[in-house]
Design a protein around this ligand. Structure first.
Ligand code: M6R
Length: 609
């Protein structure tokens, strides 16, 4: 949540901050602000709303400042308004700060500052306390004051700090919230995420937890928690800025839906040998490791959790190893049965989701081996794992996760197949059949995308529904969960998923005339059962749209409308059946006039608990 950016160097700071924030806006967009040093004074400009609200404040001035920090906010403490927007200034206007994260003990610190020092707080944020504390501790050495401040703070934070009396530097701090630092030719940068800096530099330092960085216009010094200088290798970003641009599509979300054939192809091909063997180089799924393992946990949030559900299906089906899937925010507080014989699989697009990261650390503390499936190279989840399977979706900017999901599924299938082979639980012929089918998926996904018009028309007739049901059985239910999440998060329609066979145990009471029931029916052994479930809801007046494999033409007789996906093996159908549902959510959102890429109340990267 929240994006932070900073620049110090030869160039004017404001354009750099605004450009950087534009690329971070997906992290939060309810208010924005910048702070900079000019003529020996700290200036702040901030406003409620999208980043564009800053335009009138910075457009007509050629503000000659060469050091500044910027912020785009996803509100946690205090409503989105100008006062609560970052940056926040200290009581004597000597320090300005930006913050991404949550300070858990801020109430105690706030009370103390009010009672002991008479500090007057302006905002309702937890962040403001940090600015005041730094000024309180400041005795001519900003770095020292920052260390004293963070020593008092509990919680998660990435900070950018500038000071009136030390205009030659920015100090950045990281604890459990993402932070990178960029090395430029004409200055140095900080940001929450790589795309913010790509137009200026490809050379970055990935900052670790508890590190503090001092940026000047021509140096970057990283310190550890004991203030010792840390040597760090430069991380060179190899992907292009174009992959983080819209390239002619109206929204990132639709661009990313259309990038799925490529993402699937890349994720597969980097792990498949010509002989159809899976190459999990760098990931130790050895026979010896697997024989030790008596439990597999897959832990994740949101869409990544749904990928975990399909992962459970694949690992149990192919490798015959039982798997528990849990939502990361619940896992931690369950006192889960994790020990050195547990394989813990974390799934995360961003690799920065704090719930997933905290669950992973908890499992690690208890001795589990950690394998993660991550899209963002060098992210926190990746760095804290024993083994990493990188998906090759490319940067995902739209808040609704689409291409990350289908590539996570590919990763899950490859891991499951490799486990199965290693423990000798899969017949070679069957293994080869699955691999061959996986290889056909990019083309089959493309065929679904080519049928976009049918789904758009469906969305144009159904966008006014108040409620939508998604039903399915077995893996089709897992897909229903993801389809429902996709629809609700970008269309704001109240939708939910239920196992088709469970409907009759209560929920069917909600079905009335014209209720839209989206039915995923790709599994041949359950096909007859799902047809009966369709009849049950139709008998109550529902309008049924079914998603089925092309050869299952029988479904035309019972459903009102059918979206066919190409024929495939039932086992891998989830990778296809979600695609029309993503398109449906996108076009419904569009028809309702929503901001598809930046749905209300959400942020792309959820770095608060
Ligand atoms: O970056 P992560 O994969 O860890 O994010 C997890 C969820 O926050 C994310 O999948 C979220 O549910 C998406 N907005 C869904 O589209």
């Amino acid at each position: 949540m929240c994006g932070i950016v900073g620049y110090i160097g030869e160039n004017r700071a404001l354009p750099v901050l605004i450009e950087g924030l534009k690329r971070l806006e997906y992290r939060g967009y309810d208010s924005a602000g910048i702070a900079y040093l000019k003529d020996g004074k700290l200036e702040i400009k901030k406003c409620k709303g999208r980043l564009a609200c800053l335009d009138p404040m910075v457009a007509n001035e050629t503000i000659d400042s060469h050091v500044g920090i910027g912020h785009t906010r996803w509100a946690t403490h205090g409503e989105p308004n100008e006062i609560n927007a970052h940056p926040h200034m200290s009581f004597q206007s000597k320090i300005a700060i930006i913050h991404n994260g949550i300070i858990e003990n801020y109430m105690r610190l706030k009370d103390w500052l009010i009672e002991e020092e008479g500090v007057e707080f302006k905002s309702e944020t937890d962040t403001e306390v940090i600015a005041h504390l730094i000024e309180y501790f400041y005795e001519g050495d900003l770095l020292d004051a920052v260390y004293k401040t963070i020593d008092k703070m509990e919680g998660a934070y990435a900070l950018g700090v500038i000071a009136k009396d030390e205009p030659d530097k920015i100090i950045a701090v990281r604890k459990d919230s993402p932070l990178i630092v960029g090395l430029g030719k004409d200055g140095n940068y900080l940001a929450s995420d790589i795309p913010a800096l790509l137009q200026y530099t490809r050379n970055m330092y990935l900052i670790e937890n508890d590190e503090v960085v001092v940026l000047t216009k021509d140096s970057i010094t990283i310190y550890d928690e004991l203030k010792r200088i840390v040597e760090r290798d430069v991380f060179e970003v190899t992907w292009d800025i174009e992959s983080a641009e819209k390239e002619g599509f109206e929204h990132f979300t639709i661009k990313e839906i259309f990038e799925q054939p490529k993402g699937i192809y890349e994720t597969l091909n980097r792990r498949l040998e010509k002989t159809n063997t899976i190459n999990l180089d760098g990931i130790k799924i050895t026979k010896e490791n697997l024989e030790k393992i008596n439990k597999v946990y897959i832990v994740a949030c949101g869409t990544a959790y749904h990928a975990g559900l399909i992962g459970k299906f694949a690992i149990e089906k192919f490798a015959k190893i039982p798997v528990t899937v849990d939502v990361a925010s619940e896992f931690r507080y369950r006192d889960p049965f994790v020990d050195e014989n547990t394989l813990f699989i974390a799934v995360s697009q961003s690799g920065e989701t704090i719930d997933t990261l905290s669950a992973l650390r908890e499992a690690k503390r208890k001795g589990a081996r950690i394998l993660s499936i991550v899209n963002v190279v060098g992210s926190s989840v990746a760095r804290d794992s024993d083994d990493v399977f990188y998906t090759w979706a490319g940067p995902e900017i739209g808040v609704a996760s689409t291409k990350a999901y289908t590539t996570q599924l590919i990763a899950m299938y490859l891991i499951a197949l490799q486990m199965a082979k290693t423990v000798g639980k899969i017949e070679e012929v069957y293994y080869q059949e699955i691999i061959e089918e996986l290889k056909k998926l990019p083309e089959k996904v493309q065929q679904i995308l080519d049928n976009e018009e049918q789904i758009k028309q469906l969305a144009d007739t159904q966008f006014n529904n108040e409620h939508v049901f998604f039903i399915g059985r077995s893996v089709d239910y897992d897909t229903a969960l993801e389809a429902s999440l996709k629809l609700k998060e970008i269309s704001y329609i109240n939708s939910f998923a239920i196992q088709a066979g469970e409907l009759k145990h209560g929920t069917i009471a909600l079905v009335e005339k014209d209720t839209l029931v989206m039915t995923i029916a790709t599994q041949s052994k359950l096909f007859g059962k799902v047809l009966s479930n369709i009849k049950e809801v139709k008998a109550r007046g529902a309008h049924v749209v079914a998603i089925a494999q092309k050869s299952n033409q029988e479904i035309l007789k019972v459903a009102d409308e059918v979206i066919f996906i190409p024929d495939t093996m039932d086992e891998v159908a989830p990778i296809l059946s979600i695609v029309p549902m993503q398109l449906f959510a996108y076009y419904v959102s569009l028809a309702r006039g929503n901001d598809v890429d930046k749905p209300r109340n959400l942020a792309k990267s959820v770095t608060v608990e």
